[in-house]
Design a protein around this ligand. Structure first.
Ligand SMILES: Cc1ncc(COP(=O)(O)O)c(C=O)c1O
Length: 397
């Protein structure tokens, strides 16, 4: 029997193959150093866990409104006011099962068949597949390391057609850690308003920002761009809560309503206990963020220094999130342990097999001359992993 063409068009996560191999080797007792983590290596703070325990004890274990409980929506509105200078009311907010779910809802809500969605690359692997799932057409807009992994406004302009429905902005970004400046965001906002294009602004790494950069939400410039922006955020990365699965959107009321309707038939409410935990996170102290930022800066600085002192590889310094895009272009065409490095997949495989270091090939992000290293792992692991990379690269011919 024939299966859904749309479902069949979805690529498996590119990170999966190497991850599965690394896990298998680890299970066999191989000492693997993993640079693949997409989540903070910190525990969820105690007061957040306690709020969840309290929720269970007091019997907060039933359905909530499908688009989330009102107290949490109010806390999200307060967060937007405090952090982003944005005024929303609960009618603008939809609480979902993680920011990933918020993004899926968003594309489902706005896309008609063949609507184009511009996605700057290197990009997070899920965006293009989510657009395809919504019957839209992902338009991948390349950017180079020299551009700081950000397309110029001219490049954005040249990608716009009369079918363009939305532009995805992810700042700070995964996998590059880059941040758009206010000037760049204003130019993109102007383009969006002039051409009536939605902006999907994924701000999940908002709090993980370094070097004096300040996070600016594109929706905050004026009411026109606010009306066109669907803002994505959540508690996963800021509060070390990836497993709790709480994300949220802020959008105009019409879009929020459509997403709430869809969600009511697809998943109903996000987990009631996790919602209580997210409420405690948003209303509580931000100590965890300060701790993570201090530690991430230390690790990033060391990783960037080490990479740039090893022959054959290099990287630019990212200003946010917890990833470094390592350039391997000088190794392409060379041989390591007798194997020709044709691209990032082969490099990642050779590294795993011969140095027992796992990282993510850039092919899935849209750049085959890069690999992604996460520094959401201990300083000791970073040191040992880079030692191993250095040693292996001494054998390059
Ligand atoms: C850019 C980006 N957006 C969204 C998400 C999804 O986060 P959540 O855990 O809230 O689904 C991730 C997770 O890796 C991400 O990197």
């Amino acid at each position: 029997m024939k299966l859904s063409k749309r479902a069949l068009s979805i690529n498996p996560s590119s990170t999966l193959a190497i991850d599965a191999k690394a896990k298998k080797m680890k299970a066999e007792g191989v000492d693997i150093i993993g640079f693949g983590a997409g989540e903070p290596d910190f525990d969820t703070p105690k007061h957040i866990k306690e709020a969840a325990v309290e929720a269970i004890k007091e019997g907060f274990t039933k359905y909530t409104p499908a688009s989330g409980m009102i107290e949490l929506k109010q806390a999200v509105c307060e967060k937007f006011k405090k952090d982003n200078g944005l005024s929303y009311s609960p009618e603008n907010i939809v609480i979902s099962n993680g920011a990933k779910h918020s993004l899926v809802n968003t594309f489902q809500a706005i896309c008609n068949p063949r609507d184009e969605v511009i996605i700057p690359t290197p990009c997070w692997v899920s965006y293009p597949e989510m657009v395809k799932l919504a019957n839209g057409k992902p338009v991948l807009l390349k950017s180079t390391e020299e551009e700081g992994f950000k397309p110029t406004i001219e490049e954005f302009l040249s990608a716009v057609t009369d079918k363009t429905k939305a532009i995805v902005i992810n700042s700070p970004g995964n996998p590059t850690g880059m941040i758009y400046t206010e000037e760049e965001l204003r130019a993109i906002a102007k383009l969006a308003v002039e051409r009536k294009i939605y902006i999907i602004s994924d701000e999940i790494y908002e709090k993980l920002i370094y070097d004096g950069f300040k996070h600016i939400s594109i929706a905050s410039f004026d009411d026109k761009i606010k009306e066109l922006t669907i803002l994505i955020n959540g508690v996963s990365k800021s509060y070390a809560m990836t497993g709790w699965r709480i994300g949220y959107t802020a959008s105009n009321e019409k879009i929020a309503k459509i997403m709430a309707n869809m969600q009511s038939h697809a998943t109903s409410n996000p987990n009631s206990i996790a919602q209580k935990a997210a409420l405690a996170a948003l209303n509580g102290a931000d100590d965890i963020i300060d701790t993570m930022v201090t530690e991430f800066i230390k690790r990033r600085d060391y990783m960037v220094f080490r990479i740039n002192s090893i022959k054959g590889i290099s990287c630019i310094k990212p200003n946010g999130a917890f990833y470094v895009m390592m350039n391997i272009s000088k190794l392409i065409g060379k041989k390591i342990e007798g194997i020709e490095i044709k691209g990032s997949d082969v490099f990642a495989d050779v590294l795993l097999e011969n140095a027992n270091v796992a990282l993510v090939p850039g092919s899935g992000f849209g750049s085959d001359i890069h690999v992604r290293l996460s520094y959401a792992t201990s300083f000791e692991n970073i040191t040992e992993g880079l030692n191993r990379i250095e040693k292996l690269l001494e054998t390059v011919i």
